[in-house]
Ligand binder design. Structure first.
Ligand code: PEP
Length: 251
């Protein structure tokens, strides 16, 4: 039986004060979270410290939205893995489509971050997904396969237990358009099959695959009830406590 993993990505929203209020509203809903049902929030970097102090002793996990590919040094504007660990981050989102398409991060750069995070035993959520043009030309599986192959290059079987994959079709992020549960499940099933060819079917069976792209309270349940969808990565709806709580308690 695979774990369930519900994650919220706050993107470039919320000051420290606003973040503190939002996380306080979410904490009660995370009380049922445990090793089997994980709940994570990824505030902006500037709010990580305060959110970490508020969630101490709860089951909420603290995530970061990105990190730099180097340990430390002259890298103006970057945030290092050590800095994230210092403020209690235990999961980092890598390869989000906004990083890939707006900030031109390629698979090689993402892979450097993946390996650095795993070297430090940090959990990662590796995001993959196709654009609308790629979907319409029938290239979804090919695109996702390349992103997985390159993104996970050099990641060992042992390290795979720290990896969650988020399938996020680019055309569904922040647009209100969602993949149908069946379409999403088909791609999740493809991802699992591909990872069983890279690793083993036992490891691929255990791997948590989240769906992301306009997940809202009204569609979380039908997505989560698909056999290959083990969690959701939520953007917009994670900024509204009531909506995110409904998603955590999906039926
Ligand atoms: C995301 O940021 O990963 C995301 C899926 O956003 P939204 O839920 O707003 O589409």
């Amino acid at each position: 039986m695979r774990n369930i993993f519900i994650a919220g990505n706050w993107k470039m929203h919320k000051t420290s004060k606003e973040a503190e209020a939002l996380v306080k509203a979410i904490i009660p809903a995370s009380h049922n979270a445990d090793g089997k049902k994980k709940v994570m929030i990824a505030p902006p970097f500037t709010a990580l410290y305060v959110v970490n102090t508020v969630i101490k002793g709860t089951n909420l996990m603290l995530g970061a939205q990105n990190m730099g590919p180097e340990e430390k040094g002259a890298h103006t504007g970057e945030i290092s893995i050590g800095m994230l660990m210092d403020v209690g981050v235990s999961v980092v989102i890598l390869g989000h489509s906004e990083r890939r398409h707006v900030y031109q991060e390629n698979d090689e750069l993402i892979n450097r971050k993946v390996k650095l995070a795993l070297k430090h035993k940090m959990e990662i959520i590796l995001c993959v997904g196709e654009t609308l043009d790629e979907r319409e030309s029938g290239a979804t599986n090919k695109v996702v396969e390349e992103q997985l192959k390159r993104g996970l290059n050099g990641v060992s079987e042992e390290q795979l237990s720290k990896v969650t994959i988020a399938y996020e079709p680019v055309w569904a992020i922040g647009t209100g358009k969602t993949a149908t549960p069946q379409d999403a499940d088909d791609t999740h099933s493809f991802i699992r099959d591909f990872l069983s060819s890279l690793y083993s079917s036992a490891l691929a069976d255990e791997l948590v695959i989240q769906y992301g792209g306009s997940v809202k309270p009204h569609n979380a349940g039908e997505l989560m009830n698909m056999s290959n969808i083990d969690g959701v990565l939520v953007g917009g709806a994670s900024l509204i406590a009531e909506d995110f709580i409904k998603i955590i308690n999906y039926e």
